[in-house]
Design a protein around this ligand. Structure first.
Ligand SMILES: [Zn+2]
Length: 121
């Protein structure tokens, strides 16, 4: 795996994000989505990094969170099924854990996340 492949992946994902429909188009009654994540490295129980991402009706409905490992290929934390499932069921909060599937699932990173969704009605 080289830098070129990583750059290609980054570009491809950037494109996917650009092409994603806005949240308002798919889920018009959603007024905001907040995703908070704690990142962990390998088997460590220490929080390596914390991140909170806010989405608004105009934000692309794209919920793949990148892995923090710089040479990770095919990885990231795909919260799309979780978030869209919550929207369908009108759930306001959810949480869980994901392991990065990148670099042939070497288990180099994981996150635990909480998701809050607000609705206009
Ligand atoms: Zn990764």
């Amino acid at each position: 795996m080289g830098r070129k492949e990583k750059d290609a992946e980054r570009l491809e994902r950037k494109q996917q994000k650009l092409e994603a429909s806005p949240i308002s188009a798919k889920y018009p009654d959603v007024s905001s989505v907040v995703i908070s994540m704690n990142y962990y490295q390998r088997n460590s129980t220490l929080v390596f990094m914390q991140r909170t991402v806010n989405f608004f009706p105009g934000s692309p409905a794209y919920f793949l969170m990148e892995c923090v490992k710089h040479d990770c290929m095919g990885g990231g934390f795909d919260l799309d099924p979780v978030v869209t499932g919550m929207m369908k069921d009108h759930l306001e909060s959810g949480k869980g854990e994901l392991v990065c599937p990148g670099n042939n699932a070497s288990g180099h990173a994981r996150v635990d996340y909480t998701i809050s969704i607000q609705y206009t009605k």
